[in-house]
Design a binder for this molecule. Sequence first.
Ligand SMILES: NC(=O)c1ccc[n+]([C@@H]2O[C@H](COP(=O)([O-])OP(=O)(O)OC[C@H]3O[C@@H](n4cnc5c(N)ncnc54)[C@H](OP(=O)(O)O)[C@@H]3O)[C@@H](O)[C@H]2O)c1
Length: 259
Amino acid sequence: MNILLIGCGKMGGAMLRQWVRHGEHSFTVADPAADDLPSGVRHVSKATDLPSQAFDVVMIAIKPQAIADVLPDYAHALKEDGTFVSIAAGTSVASLENVVGDAAIVRVMPNMAALVGMGVSGLYANARCTADQTRQIVALIDQTGTCIPVDSEDRIDRLTAVSGSGPGYVFELLRSYVAAAEELGFDHDTARTLVFDTLSGTVEAARQSDQTLEALRNSVTSKNGTTQAGLSALMREGQLDALFQDTLQSAYARAVELK
Ligand SMILES: NC(=O)c1ccc[n+]([C@@H]2O[C@H](COP(=O)([O-])OP(=O)(O)OC[C@H]3O[C@@H](n4cnc5c(N)ncnc54)[C@H](OP(=O)(O)O)[C@@H]3O)[C@@H](O)[C@H]2O)c1
């Protein structure tokens, strides 16, 4: 496919690198600030540099508040049977339709793990998308990690709270875990290795196991041992469950508010 990417910042740039690595599609980036683009990617600074009806996909990766101003200038570049794809948080299909009219529109909620090809994205296609268009975009997003199609925009808002914002929670968890390890006497680099390898190894072990997470936790917790002592503090009065529920509910409420 011939794809136009409008905005190549943190998220658009991370996804572009994965697409270029796969080498299946041609890309043009429209971003006045874009430098250091992967080789083979075309760059334009303004919409008037683009021919009409040249792209199968116009991908919107600018800040949500800029879309109404910027997107109309680029709309002519999409082929008649092309698809608009937006990764903008909190921007509904209805508000995109207000800008580009009645068109095939796909909303994608990616996350920053796309940077290393391990992103997880939700995808919602509006009623104008054909099965073929949806399949093509699912395959495109799969190249950045895992793509999970959903059947309502509300699922996108819920998924935003879980995985879209997820890297923020995990970076903070890592920061706090590493700081606690340093408090126990480890230098920063050793603390990072201990925490990062514990986390990634444990996630992989859980992924490869057919046991429940509760069973796995119990399998490493002997009675009156060190893990039990640590878990008693971590889970005191259900504080961990309450904290995660509050975190996800707050992010979901904000996603709904932003629409
Ligand atoms: N970052 C995330 O974790 C994340 C996760 C999920 C979804 N998203 C969504 O992804 C979108 C982009 O976010 P981001 O974090 O990548 O933001 P970002 O780093 O600020 O990237 C936006 C890019 O668009 C450029 N831009 C500004 N005006 C433009 C114009 N008129 N035409 C073309 N390009 C223009 C910006 O250039 P300047 O810097 O020069 O303004 C910048 O390079 C947002 O809608 C956000 O909601 C982000």
